[in-house]
Design a protein around this ligand. Structure first.
Ligand SMILES: NC(=O)C1=CN([C@@H]2O[C@H](COP(=O)(O)OP(=O)(O)OC[C@H]3O[C@@H](n4cnc5c(N)ncnc54)[C@H](O)[C@@H]3O)[C@@H](O)[C@H]2O)C=CC1
Ligand SMILES: N[C@@H](CC=O)C(=O)O
Ligand code: NA
Length: 432
């Protein structure tokens, strides 16, 4: 058997402790499959004395994780700290520049700096792997980079954030309160250190930017991802969606037009109950990739949590131990094209619009007039009034016929500043 693959592990939280447990429990099987043992040499985290339920006594401790990059007894650095910049990025840069491999679960860092890191990896012929960064335990990075590598991918979309899916499906099934379910998701280790990244769609945006680059061979462009989170969704929207035959899911969706314009959006969508993504509940993620020869591929599994994420991290280590040197984004860096962001105005779809309005005569006429003037055709409309004349605001929801997104945008622009609207209208597209 070849020499041991020696690793240093930065970050001993949910994922880091999971990796140590996995290497401990499945060590023999992993060594047999990798062709050599994977040995943890050193670890680093913020607090040395914290009880993580794993024995650290066999490993060296470094207070400063960037010291891993200079250690001659380390082949691969595993970065499980998080944060797009800061010590995680410093460590990845130093390690790759010095010819060490890097395995990371850090989607924020890859989404912002993946191109630079891939270039460093290429220059020093060091492996860079990030399977855990996109949809935790699902082998979607490998699925696209290897299994579907022969295809032109035409569209990629899916449920990319376990926390949001957990929150939405609990609100849907148990009528649970948003804040309460979010704290459950945090306690279960699904949420990011800053959970606003989850609920505002930023985390899903990081993953979508990575998937788009892998799928379309374009340069990462996280700044161009249009991002809307789930914080404005009310129980009434979920109930309304259900009555229409839909569930609400936070969807990341990317495609590239024939003339090379890249569309990337994360937003809550109404998903027909018959669609495979509608049955995806809890912290589960699912990614659909449409290949021109493979047809529709569906990758589904646990998108967050210690075990599944550790499984993806260790799979990357096994790849490196086997000697794989695949390009991080499936193509040499020079082959990744810069893509212009697409203008979403021409995209056609049906939309769910929800207004909270003052309960007084003429309000509905004002909204429908704006729709008419913008050329938006209404398919159905529901008003949830108060049982008696309480003067409380009421909720008006409507679904439009298929039409360009620019029509809905124009209608809402006409209503901007209207005293009839008590809050900003909510728009969710119907997944087609
Ligand atoms: N928790 C999950 O389900 C998943 C997490 N990830 C990613 O994995 C990475 C780690 O996530 P978790 O384990 O959930 O985070 P965590 O918050 O549980 O653990 C982070 C670890 O990094 C250490 N750390 C943080 N800042 C540090 C610093 N400045 N210096 C030294 N150590 C520092 C902490 O002490 C802790 O040990 C993140 O990039 C996250 O986005 C990816 C997929 C799923
Ligand atoms: N916070 C993320 C963790 C995995 O990427 C999520 O909820 O999906
Ligand atoms: Na993955």
């Amino acid at each position: 058997m070849a020499a041991t693959l020696r690793i240093a592990l930065a970050g001993l939280g949910t994922v880091g402790a999971g990796v140590l447990r996995l290497l401990e429990e499945n060590g023999d099987l992993i060594a047999a499959r990798a062709g050599r043992a994977i040995e943890v040499v050193a670890v680093s985290a913020r607090d040395r004395s914290k009880d993580r339920g794993v024995d650290l006594s066999a490993y060296d401790w470094e207070d400063d994780m960037t010291a891993f990059a200079a250690r001659e007894d380390v082949d691969v650095v595993v970065e499980l700290v998080g944060g797009s910049d800061g010590p995680a990025l410093a460590l990845a840069r130093k390690a790759l520049a010095g010819g060490k491999g890097v395995v990371t679960a850090n989607k924020a860092m890859i989404a912002h700096h993946g191109l630079e890191l891939a270039r460093l990896a290429e220059q020093s012929d060091a492996p860079l792997r990030y399977e855990a960064a996109v949809s935790g335990g699902i082998p979607v990075v490998k699925g696209l980079g290897e299994g579907a590598a022969a295809n032109r991918i035409e569209r990629i979309y899916g449920i990319l954030n376990g926390t949001c899916n957990y929150v939405l499906s609990a609100m849907e099934s148990a009528g649970a309160d948003f804040a309460e379910v979010l704290s459950d998701a945090q306690a279960l280790g699904y949420a990011e250190a800053d959970p606003t990244f989850d609920i505002e769609g930023v985390d899903a945006g990081h993953k979508l930017a990575i998937l788009a680059s892998l799928a379309f061979g374009t340069q990462l462009d996280f700044d161009a991802v249009e991002t809307t989170g789930i914080t404005r969704i009310r129980a009434a929207d979920i109930a309304q969606g259900k009555a229409l035959g839909y569930v609400i899911r936070l969807i990341g969706l990317a495609d590239v037009s024939d003339d090379g314009h890249l569309f990337q959006r994360v937003a809550p969508y109404l998903v027909p109950v018959s669609h495979p993504l509608a049955g995806v509940t809890g912290p589960t993620n699912a990614v659909v990739a449409e290949g021109n020869f493979s047809g529709r591929l569906l990758f589904e599994g646990a998108g967050a949590g210690d075990g599944p994420t550790a499984s993806a991290v260790v799979a990357d280590l096994i790849d490196i131990a086997r000697g794989s040197r695949a390009a991080p984004f499936s193509l040499p860096v020079a082959g990744l094209k810069a893509a212009e962001p697409a203008d979403p105005g021409h995209r056609r779809n049906r939309a769910y619009l929800r207004f909270v309005v003052a309960d007084r005569p003429g309000v509905l006429a004002e909204i429908t007039a704006a729709m008419r003037d913008a050329g938006v055709s209404i398919e159905s409309m529901m008003q949830h009034g108060q049982p008696d004349d309480t003067g409380e605001p009421v909720l008006v929801a409507m679904v439009t016929h298929d039409g360009p997104e620019s029509g809905v945008a124009s209608a809402l622009a006409l209503l901007e500043g209207s005293e009839s609207l008590v809050e900003e209208p909510l728009v969710m597209r119907l997944l087609g």
